[in-house]
Design a protein around this ligand. Structure first.
Ligand code: PBG
Length: 326
């Protein structure tokens, strides 16, 4: 009988023993729930590529907000799907735009719900890119002005946090200056610091009607092959005044989540994107995976990798499961 080996299984003998030695636990507080708001009336329409995710018109949003708050969730991120699109995405910075109107309503119904505004132009531009087009190039500096206007308008409407997802250079510095100038010094910036040009955004683009009409986003979003570049992106956002750093997508980029966590002392948020969600939903609908077990395993993995918080379409499901409501 060999005796020079370790008996790791001693700590796995019973459920109670495993609970005692568990290193990572999920909490309802960890989740941020994305919501798509649309113009119109009496709309609650499921996004075909994202089962369980809906478009809401403002008159149907209150029931959803009540449900979210009732589950104990503390935070949402709002995405607007406007009726009108134009070259420079002017509905994004219209004080009466869909996100601004939704924000005012949500803050009225649920003042304590941390309401985050995604700050980007792609849902609002007729070409579907995240900034202004010069020729066939997405121009950086002229886009910044529009993004600042958008962020200020969203924060004035009551957004608690500004989350710029456009990947223009200098967006954190520009938006910070704009918010401060408008007297909004207490509104934090949750920067999409490390955002890759990913195929995992496919279902979201259906949901947000934001597919680029020509080309792709590779001149501004990052190459999924790059790790050191991610650290440069994060470092510049920290210098420019970001308060929280987002890594996006999440599942194929867990090494990046860990590295951002270890290199910077800001809170780290991972964005568990649409494609990640829809793949599990589709497999679960076919009975190929156990949806609850696999979703909680994925979210635990993201937290273990270093996420302090997770933007996920599974927030409501996970809150129900964690609170053992079903
Ligand atoms: C807007 C934006 C996108 C997502 C969040 N904000 C799409 C994109 O960059 O094409 C993706 C979210 C998801 O897939 O769940 N720029």
């Amino acid at each position: 009988m060999v005796d020079n080996f370790k008996r790791h299984r001693r700590l796995r003998t019973t459920a109670a023993m495993r609970n005692l030695v568990r290193e990572t636990s999920l909490e309802v507080n960890d989740f941020i729930y994305p919501i798509f708001v649309v113009e119109g009336e009496n709309i609650k329409k499921e996004v075909s590529s994202m089962p369980g995710v809906y478009h809401y018109s403002l008159d149907r949003l209150e029931e959803e907000i009540e449900e979210i708050a009732g589950l104990g969730l503390q935070s949402i991120i709002l995405f607007g799907v406007p009726n009108q699109k134009d070259e420079c995405g002017s509905e994004a910075f219209n004080d009466e735009g869909i996100v601004q109107k939704a924000t005012r309503k949500v803050k009225q119904w649920a003042p304590h719900l941390v309401t985050i505004a995604d700050t980007c132009l792609c849902q609002y531009t007729d070409h579907g890119h995240c900034g202004m087009i010069h020729g066939d190039y997405v121009d950086n500096d002229s886009s910044l002005e529009l993004l600042v206007k958008t962020a200020v308008s969203q924060a004035k409407a009551g957004a608690d946090v500004i989350a710029p997802s456009n990947m223009m250079d200098g967006f954190v510095a520009a938006i910070r200056a704009g918010l401060d100038e408008a007297g909004l010094t207490n509104v934090p910036i949750m920067s999409y610091a490390v955002k890759y040009a990913s195929q995992f955004y496919g279902p979201f683009r259906d949901a947000a009607h934001s597919t680029p009409q020509f080309g792709d986003r590779k001149t501004y979003q990052m190459d999924p092959a790059n790790r050191r570049e991610a650290m440069r992106e994060a470092a510049s956002d920290v210098e420019e005044g970001a308060d929280i750093l987002i890594v996006k997508p999440a599942m194929a980029f867990m090494d990046i989540i860990r590295e951002v966590k270890d290199n910077f002392d800001l809170p780290v948020c991972s964005y568990n994107v649409s494609g990640e969600y829809s793949m599990i939903k589709a497999a679960a609908q076919r009975g190929w995976v156990d949806e609850k077990a696999i979703t909680l395993e994925m979210l635990t993995g993201l937290k273990r990798a270093g996420s302090d918080m997770i933007i996920t379409y599974s927030s409501k499901d996970a809150a129900r499961w964690l609170r053992q409501l079903d």
